[in-house]
Each structure stands twice: as C-alpha cells, then as structure tokens.
Design a protein around this ligand. Sequence first.
Ligand code: HSE
Length: 431
Amino acid sequence: MKVFNIGIIGLGNIGLEVYKNIKKNSSDIQKKTGFKLNVVKVSAKNINKKRGISLSKSVLQKNPFEITKDPKIDIIVELIGGADGIAKRVVFDALKNKKHVVTANKALIAKHGDALSVLSEKYEVNLLFEAAVGGGIPIIRSIKQGLIANKLHHIYGILNGTTNYILTEMEQKGENFSNVLKDAQRLGYAESNPTADVDGHDAADKISILSSIGFGTKIINKGFLVEGIRNIEIDDIKFAKELGYKIKLLAIAERVKNKIKQRVHPCLIPFNLDVANIDDVTNAIVVDGQPIGRTIYEGPGAGKGPTSSAVISDITSIMLGNDEFSFGLSPSSKKRMSLFNFSNHQSKYYIRFLTKDVPGVLAKITSSLAKNKISISNLLQEPSLKGTANIMLITHNSKELNIQRVLKSLSKQKKFFKKIVMIRVRDFKKL
Ligand code: HSE
C-alpha cells in the first residue's frame, strides 16, 4: 500500500489540531483513500513548548527548510501564516522541491497565488488551499469541481467571522464597537492586532481568491474598495433595524460585462435577504451562475476544528490523485481582467450625520444632495441631545461618484458635521 508522508510546518492552534485529527482518523483516511498517511516531520518555532502531545525527537524539526527538501516527504502542510516572510519561502521552496503543498494561508495565496500556481504546474504537484476561505466550508472545491459546468457571474457573502461576531453582538447587546472588540479579543475571536479582520483585509484576501477561481481570472488583490466596520455605531444598527435592515460586512465579486466588480464593505441588507440571518462567527457564501442558479454555503468560517477539516480534505484529495488545478484551470488559461470603475457603482445609500442642532444644517445636506443629483427616499432626525442631532437618510438609487462628492464637501464643514457615516444598501431580495 502506498504511504503518503507529510511534513507539517507551523505548530500553532491549527497545526496541532491537524496533527491530532490525522492521528485520530488515520484508519478512516486509509479506508477512504486506500492509502496510508504518515506525519513524518513537524516543524515549530519553539520545539520545546508543552503542547500536550508526545512528539518524538525524530519527528520534531526546528528548521522548516530541512523538511521542504526531505526526499521522504510527499506533501508539505504550511500553517505558519502571513503573506511574506517564512511562509512564502517555505511554500516556494516546497513546490520547487516537487512537494505537493496544502496551506490555510489566504494572505499568501491572495498575494502570490498566481506565481505559486505556475510553479505547481511546472513541477507537476498540487497546491491546495481550501482552508484559506470559509474555514470548514468546502467552498473552493464546490466552485472548482461541483460547479465546474457553470459560468459564474456572482459570488458574495460573509467571509469574516470576527466582524460578523462584532456586528451581531453590537446588534443584540447594544454594546459599542470598541467594547465588543475587547470582548472578542478576550474570547480569542479577534487578534490582539485586529486590523486584518475589522478593516476588511481578511475578507478582501478571501474574495480575491474566490473571484479568481470563480471567474477564471488572474488574482485581483489590490485597487478595489476595502472598507471595514470601525466606523459603525449602535445608532446605525438601530436606524437600520427600524427600516427593516441588518448591517453585515459583505465581500462581493461580480462579472460585469468584461470587468470584475470586486469589493468589501459593510452593507445594509433587508432582513429577508439570504445572508441577513447569518450571525456570530458563521460565514456564508452565495454563488450564482448558469445553469445552476443560486447556491448558498454556510458554516463555521474559522477555528481550529473547521480549518483542520479543510486542510485534511486537501491532503486526502492529493492522496486520491485528484490532479486539480489550484484555481480550477491551468494558470496559462487565466485571463487578466480589469476592475470595474467603482465610481460608476449605483445603489441606495444610507447616510447618518451627527450634526450641531442649529438652523440650516438640514438645508446644507439637502442642497449638497440636490447639487449632486441625489434624491432622498427616507429621512429621519432624532430629537436633539446636548445640542447635537442625528440625521439619517436613505437615498434613491445614486451613483457612488456623486455620493463621494457630497461626503467630501460636507465633511469639510467641521463646525456643523461631527461625524458622517455612509453605508451602501444592498436592497434586492434575489440576485
Ligand atoms: N480571522 C478570520 C475570521 C478567520 O475572523 O473569519 C481566519 O480566516
């Protein structure tokens, strides 16, 4: 019976869980693949750290580059993380040494995925990264294989668990962003440096990867709109609720004629939209194409258990001999497509102005809107508190460029406008 030898590089939470689950399920893996799976090397930054498992000296290895060139090893599992640095060197080195690679590293794949997939084709090995997007949800394999017969035109969803947890807690407990963030950090949902999650970069990496796979394009990993949730306050969640909306951080990729329209930003979405009730750390992805129509994938988007499930799925796919392309098609067939100019985006817009409660403020808002051809659909002013007022409005369908002009001009008038929050509205029930 053929034996597949693997080396795990990175023994943090995820690495340890992958190791334990391979050990625990080794007989099932053998029954399901017909091959034996052996973890022969594990590399960790601190090899003396107590981890509650016994690893023999011959398995533990400090230097990962001893593992990437070890002739015994068939598959390298990279679980260090980060777009550059050691993780990048490990994966490039492993492919050049003709090792299959499995990684959960979305930042690395979003940044270097095109170059890495060229190497994987050149050296005739697999490069798989199911765990990089949607944690335990098998979204990449679903798009690449399950939906292979489809032409996709739309992929969107909630791709970041941390921000979904924060928004859910703000909504359900009425706590403000910074208190909930502190709680999330205490519970281990958010990193001590929360930037990648709360400012949308994690979701951006994930939608870059899905968009490339779904539309067969080279990865677009910059130049598109990426907005996080730092600016959102309880008042926004409350106003949204009164009008029948929830606020969610969405990552969206669409094919619009010959352009890719890709972005990450918070959205007001109607209560009855598919992803509106995906709460807490759960992820959900909607994939729309022809001939299938709309499909939805929901599940745990992070955490050691779900991530290890996806990593082991990739390992066994290699064992089964699935000669799959990293991005679902040969790297040389990937097209370079340009980004849709987001200034031409059209939607309804929610805007909240925290203003001085003095004569003429509303006139300033309405005249700027009128000057930029923006028409109001809903308008609400909350009773004044200590001389400040909250004015909230939702526009009719408007152009992004015109909205930005209004925001630019009014935000300069600091003596009237203390804070302006704009959130795009995604107001369709079915796409
Ligand atoms: N930090 C990510 C999230 C999990 O909050 O969804 C890893 O992709």
